[in-house]
Design a protein around this ligand. Structure first.
Ligand SMILES: [Zn+2]
Length: 129
């Protein structure tokens, strides 16, 4: 199971996790400080409230995105520990090194992921992940 690459993937994932965590906390701190609210204005005008609502929504979206990425990385790091990293959770074949290099937290091989994406697209018109 790509044992020659596991250390490299593990350190890349740990580094990406640390960067994401830092961005996550910066984003949280920025939202909690209300810094952008000072720029918007008093918050009493309808336009100010609309702009603040937009900033709040964008910040919450960013936080949710960071959280999703952190969860994917944590899952990959746990799979490295358990020895399951790089094994497709659908067909149990090895996930290609090229795919793991571009998506280091991948849990499906390219073929299974394409099949899952196609199934989700057919049902909802959206992508699987
Ligand atoms: Zn597969």
């Amino acid at each position: 199971m790509h044992s020659e690459y596991v250390d490299s993937f593990s350190s890349d994932l740990a580094r990406t996790r640390a960067d994401l965590l830092s961005e996550y906390f910066n984003c949280q701190r920025e939202m909690a400080s209300g810094e952008y609210r000072k720029v918007v204005g008093s918050g009493l005008e309808e336009g100010d409230r609309s702009t603040m609502y937009h900033f709040d929504q964008m910040t919450l979206f960013k936080l949710a995105s960071f959280k999703k990425q952190l969860d994917q990385i944590d899952r990959a790091l746990n799979m490295i520990k358990s020895g399951d990293y790089g094994i497709c959770s659908c067909c149990h074949s090895e996930i290609g090194v090229a795919r793991l290099r571009s998506v280091p937290f991948a849990v499906h091989c390219r073929d299974c992921q394409e099949q899952l994406d196609r199934q989700v697209r057919e049902k909802t018109g959206k992508t699987a992940c």
